[in-house]
Design a binder for this molecule. Structure first.
Ligand code: DOR
Ligand code: ZN
Length: 363
């Protein structure tokens, strides 16, 4: 990572006079790209920011087979515009776990060279999760094979029990599902995705090197007050939902800790503006446009810009056994206004922090 300063000399990594920040090109370990016109609208944003992304499989219908993942990968590559970043951007695929995923599909995934992981959505937990897992016991044979071959399980960690308070669903999932699961499959490679609680951080910290966690920019920057700042704020609504400030602080602490078990995963999740600003609005924050700028803000606010590169560019690649990238990106200190609206097929898309001024800008 290279630093450039307004004045040479006394500068520390936390000095706000730093003007540019060059880091190895990062990877997004958790991304929603959608399909069709939506895919075409959002894919260039990610290709500009990231070298690679782990692409989530919650399409309608879901990507449950290696053959579907291969076809989806081709559609993603076809959606990339001409240009140097797009030419080098590589989507890495995931399979959507169901109650009836056969063990043979896991073997096909391993042999494919394009499927990096399997995503576990508890049925009903979030967007397009109705085909997800109704009881984890239904997947024990598949999980045993994944443990054996080292294929990671990516977990949306929330119980769907309507009796459980929505702010407790991650903590209860860790108690009821994840802890027993790791007792049964102690060597299973597992990522607790988009961690939102102190308990999630502690779970990752207290388990072996086979367990990791991703952290989103929006969960690092906002607490649950952002959902109700002067009125309902649908564009800040995602799942797992934002939590109280003490939890946000635990997430920031984990992100800047230098612990390689925590790495960048945006969970950038585009929905048409009308689907967000609705009586029953969809969950998802759109951050692919300005992910690095948002993470840089969170790390700078924590006085830890020097920790951003490893979090964004090294630890995710290391976990997935991918070579670290060699090209670089540069952020410069420059105020710019996030657009109010972006094209999204026949609809529009509202990015996180629309209309607000950010202090870092990707060149
Ligand atoms: O906020 C979210 N949006 N959380 C998820 O788990 C899914 C995602 C989506 O696909 O929209
Ligand atoms: Zn997601």
């Amino acid at each position: 990572m290279r630093w450039r300063w307004r004045k040479s000399g006394e500068a520390s990594p936390y000095n706000r006079s730093m003007q540019t920040l060059t880091l190895i090109r990062p990877d997004d370990a958790h991304l929603h790209l959608r399909d069709g016109a939506a895919l075409a609208a959002v894919a260039p944003h990610t290709a500009r920011q990231f070298a690679r992304a782990i692409v989530m499989p919650n399409l309608k219908p879901p990507v449950t087979t290696t053959a579907q993942a291969a076809a989806y990968r081709e559609r993603i590559l076809a959606a990339m515009p001409a240009g140097p970043a797009a030419l080098t951007f590589a989507p890495h695929m995931t399979l959507y776990l169901t109650d009836s995923t056969p063990v043979a599909e896991i073997d096909r995934a391993r042999d494919s060279g394009i499927v990096r992981a399997v995503k576990y959505y508890p049925a009903g937990a979030t967007t397009h999760s109705d085909a997800g897992v109704t009881a984890v016991e239904n997947c024990f044979a598949v999980l045993a094979r994944m443990e054996e071959i080292g294929l990671p399980l990516l977990v949306h960690g929330e119980v769907t029990d309507a009796e459980v308070d929505i702010f407790d669903r991650e903590r209860v999932f860790i108690e009821r599902v994840l802890t027993p699961l790791l007792r049964r499959f102690p060597r299973l490679r597992l990522v607790l995705e988009h961690i939102t609680t102190r308990e999630g951080v502690q779970f990752v910290e207290s388990t072996g090197s086979n367990v990791a966690g991703t952290l989103t920019a929006h969960h690092l920057l906002m607490n649950r007050n952002a959902l109700f700042a002067g009125g309902v704020r649908p564009h800040n609504y995602c799942l797992p939902v934002l939590k109280r400030e003490t939890h946000r602080q635990a997430l920031v602490h984990a992100a800047v800790s230098g612990n390689p078990k925590f790495f960048l995963g945006t969970d950038s999740a585009p929905h048409a503006r009308q689907a967000k600003e609705a009586a029953c609005g969809c969950a998802g924050c759109y951050t692919a446009l300005h992910a690095l700028e948002l993470y840089a803000e969170a790390f700078e606010d924590a006085g830890a810009l020097d920790k951003l590169e490893a979090f964004a560019s090294f630890y995710g690649a290391d976990f997935y056994g991918l070579p670290r990238n060699t090209s670089t990106v540069t952020l410069e200190r420059a105020d710019w206004r996030v657009p109010d609206s972006l094209p999204f097929g026949d609809d529009t898309l509202t990015p996180l922090r629309a209309g607000e001024v950010l202090r870092w800008k990707l060149r």
